[in-house]
Design a binder for this molecule. Structure first.
Ligand code: GLN
Length: 189
């Protein structure tokens, strides 16, 4: 089993370190053909507009849409997983891959609390959720399962073998349980 990490822009190195702690092989993905050799894909946080633009330019956009295997998108990655993206002025942005039936609003927490940490709960375990200029999932379809909520809104969702989370699981040692969950998803296929 080998997990690919989209390495266009953002904190892909931290995701590699997270996978290393579980002894899972991983590779950075920059070229479309590299998607053929992996069993799952992580789309990291960063700047969603940049990642989307370069993914189109480098021929990755369509291939990621058709990938079919498990994908986990975190923060900017979650924005890219959405079917619809709004910016902070509620204008639609043509950037997502359309992998989960949800509408995501970018930079939705405003300037005052751009970044924060809070305790979240997953499967009965408490961990630290690190939010950095985080988006909000403001709407989702019936087939989307909400796995974690914060202040009554979803911060981690699942549709089939695709996961999207609006925080950064790679940035706190106690939140690596999210990587563990994704690794199991890739193993189960
Ligand atoms: N604000 C970024 C965006 O809209 C996401 C921030 C992040 O990934 N930490 O793309």
């Amino acid at each position: 089993m080998i997990i690919g990490i989209l390495a266009i822009q953002g904190d892909f190195i931290e995701h590699k370190k997270a996978l290393d702690t579980f002894g899972v092989d991983s590779v950075f993905v920059k070229y479309p053909e590299e998607l053929d050799a992996i069993d799952g894909l992580i789309i990291p946080g960063g700047e969603s507009t940049t990642i989307s633009k370069l993914a189109k330019k480098w021929g990755l956009f369509e291939k990621i849409k058709e990938f079919g295997k498990p994908i986990m998108g975190t923060c900017a990655g979650a924005i890219l997983m959405a079917s619809r993206v709004l910016n902070e002025f509620d204008q639609e942005e043509d950037i997502p891959f359309g992998l989960i039936d949800m509408t995501v609003k970018r930079n939705a927490f405003g300037r005052q609390i751009e970044s924060f940490e809070t305790k979240l709960n997953f499967n009965g375990k408490e961990f630290t959720g690190v939010f950095i200029r985080a988006p909000k999932i403001i709407k989702h379809g019936k087939e989307v399962e909400v796995l974690i909520k914060y202040q009554d809104s979803p911060v981690m969702v699942k549709q089939g073998n695709r996961l999207a989370l609006t925080f950064h699981p790679e940035l706190s040692p106690d939140s690596l349980l999210i990587h563990e969950y994704f690794i199991d998803l890739v193993k189960a296929k």
